[in-house]
Design a protein. Structure first.
Ligand SMILES: *Cc1c(COP(=O)(O)O)cnc(C)c1O
Length: 454
């Protein structure tokens, strides 16, 4: 439903609180202004005349020490977001001394020599093998995050099919519809099934209705909230049934979390460039884990030609979304993939899938309604009522559901602690409700008694 647009300045004027509470906030095109959870500022310390340089340095040191303690505590109580917080990059500490930047194309060196392209291309080759595409046929790069991979994949689709319509399910990550807005593409929000998968009947009907224009389809390899995997083979069948030949569609697979896990699950369907897909992207800081956000996107060389142009200033080619690119990220990814190897990652995946199942059974034993898709480590359950509990465990909530994504750093002990904490939280909420009813009843009884006296 389209709402009438109200200018940001007007909305701030209409809501006098907004300026005081969130003057800085990027306001959505629609919806209410968010006024809770305002972030605090740590002021930049100016040297002041009555403070010695030594005291100043020790004040700075103290701020950082306190912050590190907070990071450790927050890392220890994290359940909600799909980030692998278990890694040790101590061996790479010396790299902080360098401004490593892979600006431009990963495969063509620019004149800036402080780069990590050797690591980047090594990692890309690893992912190309994982998703089954020959080295000379793919193009890709290490992105800043899964979102950048989606922005790139959809852009490659759009540049190959300028008149194409974007199709994505309503449980798709918001970055995909953001891409449609940025590129001013027509987009169709396809219904979803209870599991969170795309509704195949609805997709088919929409494709049939728009058969005059090419289709750019986002296929989810694990949705953000329910961890649902869209059935790629079925989507391909639907394209055939509705008369779309390979030259009239483009498929981008958003595999932010699960795209990195599914290839390691024996009975799972394959995400593979042997099928007519255009691109796949993942987040690097999700399953692999990294101290900075990062991601990987892979597409076909023949598709990326549509958007690349040579840039003399770089002495390289411009086919990436960003200009300067994080040169540390490829080294983190290379290091982890090399250290663990294919088999190590497979074991991580297996343990996460098993632990997700264990969490589901534990919650069910405690009478908590739970859902876990077969191909997922995202355990969905009733949204906890205590906000403090949600904040303590950093749960991601949407509507009346919350989830825990069981990542490699989440041990069985941690799951046990979490379940115990959740049950206690529910008990507090129930007891408070019971007490409220009792005290209302007592008040009613008392007033009845006093009525009877007169
Ligand atoms: C997390 C996620 C993204 C975005 O990834 P970022 O790395 O946070 O930008 C995209 N799609 C899905 C399905 C996700 O879960």
């Amino acid at each position: 439903m389209k709402q009438d647009k109200v200018l940001r300045s007007q909305r701030i004027k209409d809501n006098s609180n907004a300026v005081a509470i969130a003057p800085y906030q990027a306001l959505g095109v629609c919806g209410p202004i968010i006024t809770h959870h305002r972030a605090a500022a740590l002021d930049v310390l100016e040297p002041c005349p009555n403070m010695s340089e030594e005291d100043r340095l020790s004040a700075i040191h103290e701020v950082l020490q306190k912050y590190q303690k907070k990071l450790a505590e927050r890392t220890n109580h994290h359940m909600g977001y799909p980030y692998n917080l278990d890694f040790d990059f101590g061996a790479l500490e010396g790299l902080n001394k360098f401004s490593i930047n892979n600006l431009g194309d990963p495969f063509i060196e620019s004149n800036y020599g402080v780069h990590s392209r050797e690591f980047e291309v090594g990692v890309l080759n690893w992912f190309a093998r994982l998703w089954e595409i020959e080295q000379e046929e793919y193009w890709g790069y290490i992105t800043n995050c899964g979102t950048e991979g989606n922005l790139h994949g959809i852009l490659v689709g759009r540049e190959n099919h300028p008149d194409g319509i974007l199709y994505a399910s309503r449980e798709t990550h918001y970055s995909v519809f953001k891409a449609a807005r940025m590129y001013r593409m027509d987009a169709e929000k396809v219904d979803t099934l209870e599991s969170g998968e795309i509704d195949y009947e609805d997709l088919k009907a929409r494709l049939a209705a728009n058969s005059a224009r090419p289709a750019i389809i986002n296929v989810n390899i694990g949705t953000t909230v329910k961890g649902a995997v869209d059935d790629l083979d079925r989507v391909l069948d639907i394209l055939t049934e509705t008369g779309y030949t390979e030259d009239r569609f483009y498929i981008h697979c958003d595999g932010a979390l699960f795209g990195m896990m599914m290839p390691f699950i024996k009975e799972a369907p394959m995400v593979s460039f042997k099928k007519p897909i255009g691109s796949v992207s993942v987040s690097g800081h999700k399953f692999v884990g990294a101290p900075v956000p990062c991601g990987v996107t892979i597409t076909r060389m023949r598709y990326v030609m549509a958007l690349s142009s040579d840039v003399e200033y770089l002495n390289s080619r411009d086919a990436t979304i960003m200009g300067s690119r994080n040169g540390h990220a490829p080294i983190y990814l290379w290091y982890t993939l090399t250290l663990k190897g294919y088999e190590g990652i497979r074991q991580d995946v297996e343990r996460c899938m098993r632990n997700a199942h264990i969490l589901k059974v534990m919650l069910e034993q405690c009478g908590i309604k739970t859902m876990l898709n077969d191909l997922s480590n995202t355990v969905v359950f009733e949204r906890p009522r205590e906000e403090a509990f949600v904040r303590k465990w950093q749960l991601a909530c949407e509507g009346d559901i919350a989830h825990v994504v069981v990542m490699p750093n989440i041990t069985i002990d941690k799951l046990e602690e979490f379940v115990q904490d959740y049950v206690n939280s529910r008990a507090r909420v129930s007891i408070a409700a019971a007490k409220r009813i009792a005290s209302e009843a007592r008040a009613a009884e008392a007033s009845e008694g006093s009525d009877a006296e007169c």
